[in-house]
Design a protein around this ligand. Structure first.
Ligand code: FAD
Length: 466
């Protein structure tokens, strides 16, 4: 089978590559290979069972058309400073222009026209003033909030549009390897159960997301694709009563705070804030259970959750950041008997574990009921733990009550961005015919940035073919 463009992974990066090629009227014969299901067939059993069923062969939350985005909170960050390091590659101006362009496509497919966090009111100034006093940077980031259910509808509309415009989508097929001959990528090997086949194409675009980062890492080593070890983020998901976050939620929706707390001076940041949201669990293929959070447009909890992430980079002689973070996750899972661990902030400071019955004594009730109370300090590295504690204390100056005894810390919250594929500003990799983008390339880590990189990839391919 021969195609002009083979796209592996139907997450936002892959989808927007195909969309832009259609938009430009490229006439390219495009196939997408997606190991999960069509968006309308994706469903998480937890909605019925109330607990994570560790679905095999893959988790429906992160796999299938629209990738990790469809079931996510669907928050589009409209500022180039948020969502990854793509601006380092292409420049800040181009990154912002592409985000603005991509945002219009989201609007065309039904995204909410309302944007949160646009005002620079007295309240925002007050929040910034407090952040400055606490030694934190407040990043302005307007957010277009799709909401989990609405995001699915929107991606369904995109899926139908791609199909109607001649894009073939192979659902349930996993790409197992690349076909590389004489330093040129000519196709991919795919499999579905016992069925194996080869698909050939002039251009192979790998957009396999965070879940595909490990796999791509191995391929880089096997095929000599130039890459650098990237960053991993290790952290916790924090949950408080929404009353505590009221001002920040109302004024900014999402507070993007960055700090470099003593003594390590590592970058620590807030991420993915969900007012009225729910803490959730994701299971990776190797049975690793990690914590995340999302919010619905209509269904609201009494709590707000957000991640606090510490970036870890490694130099010689160690260069396996993904494996390092996985080990931290495995250790935490082991202590929680396979579940997410939760501990009260006050217990951490007092050097004691949290007991299950103590959770009901607080104002804040965990929105992840199958999380197990325990001791996250027994699993998290000292450096991460100290960073988190000191950062929480700084945030308390911006959001009084954030560092309360009852504040809940869930673990492990891990973000793998490893294996940054080496490429130039036009996304040329060291292997002819091979293009890498989105979260698996190590250059993005958010819906909008991955989508924008997809747009640019579509343009690059179009320009090469006219
Ligand atoms: C629970 C959750 C909530 C999130 N919330 C937000 C948010 O609110 N805002 C935000 O900006 N970001 C959010 N993110 C991150 C965001 O979803 C990702 O940054 C974005 O989806 C990355 O897009 P991508 O196309 O690079 O990869 P992905 O969306 O991960 O898509 C990759 C696709 O490739 C497929 N795939 C992987 N390997 C193979 C293979 N070997 N063969 C075939 N197919 C394969 C996968 O099934 C997947 O569908 C969230 C992520 C999660 C998990």
């Amino acid at each position: 089978m021969d195609y002009d463009v083979v796209i592996v992974g139907a997450g936002p990066a892959g989808i927007f590559t195909a969309l832009e090629l259609i938009q430009k009227g490229s006439g390219q014969k495009i196939i997408m290979i997606e190991k999960g299901s069509a968006v309308e067939k994706r469903s998480c059993p937890k909605n019925k069972t109330g607990e994570c069923m560790s679905c095999k062969p893959y988790c429906h939350i992160t796999t299938g058309f629209s990738g990790a985005g469809a079931f996510s909170d669907g928050k589009l960050s409209l500022n180039y400073e948020v969502g990854g390091d793509l601006p380092m590659l292409i420049g800040e101006k181009k990154a912002q222009e592409t985000i603005d362009y991509t945002d219009k496509i989201y609007l065309k497919f039904g995204a909410d026209t309302h944007v949160e966090g646009l005002e620079n009111s007295e309240e925002v100034k007050e929040i910034r003033k407090r952040a400055i006093h606490a030694g934190l940077k407040l990043v302005d980031c307007p957010i277009r909030h799709l909401g989990t259910e609405k995001a699915q509808e929107l991606y369904y509309a995109i899926e139908q549009y791609l199909l109607q415009n001649g894009v073939e989508i192979l659902f349930g097929y996993e790409c197992t390897n690349l076909i590389i001959n004489n330093s040129e990528c000519r196709g991919v090997y795919v499999s579905k159960g016992a069925e194996n086949k080869e698909i050939f194409g002039k251009r192979i675009v790998v957009a396999t997301g965070r879940r595909g980062a490990d796999w791509l890492d191995k391929l880089c080593i096997e095929h000599g694709i130039a890459h650098n070890p990237g960053t991993v983020d290790i952290g916790v998901r924090v949950e408080v009563r929404s009353e505590i976050m009221e001002t920040v939620n109302r004024t900014l929706y999402e507070s993007k705070l960055i700090g470099y707390p003593l003594p390590f001076r590592n970058k620590v940041r807030t991420f993915c804030q969900n007012p009225g949201g729910f803490v959730s669990q994701e299971n990776y293929d190797n049975n690793l259970a990690v914590v995340n959070g999302h919010s619905y447009k209509d269904l609201k909890s009494d709590n707000t959750n957000l991640a606090i992430l510490c970036s870890h980079n490694f130099n010689q002689p160690f260069n396996q950041p993904i494996e390092y973070a996985q080990k931290v996750g495995e250790l935490t899972n082991m202590l929680g008997a396979g579940h997410i661990l939760v501990q009260r902030y006050g217990d951490i400071l007092n050097g004691k574990r949290t007991w299950q019955n103590e959770l009901s004594r607080s104002n804040v009730k965990p929105t992840l009921p199958d999380a197990v109370a325990g001791d996250i300090t027994a699993a998290l590295p000292y450096r991460s733990m100290v960073n988190i504690i000191n950062f929480i204390q700084a945030v308390d100056h911006v959001v009084p009550g954030f560092a309360s005894e009852e504040t809940l810390l869930y673990s492990p919250e891990l973000k793998f961005y490893s294996n940054r594929v080496r490429m130039d500003k036009d996304f040329t990799t060291s292997v002819k015919g091979l293009y890498c983008l989105g979260d698996s390339s190590g250059w993005t880590r958010g819906l909008m940035m991955a989508s924008a990189m997809g747009v640019l990839m579509g343009r690059r391919i179009f320009e090469e073919t006219v």
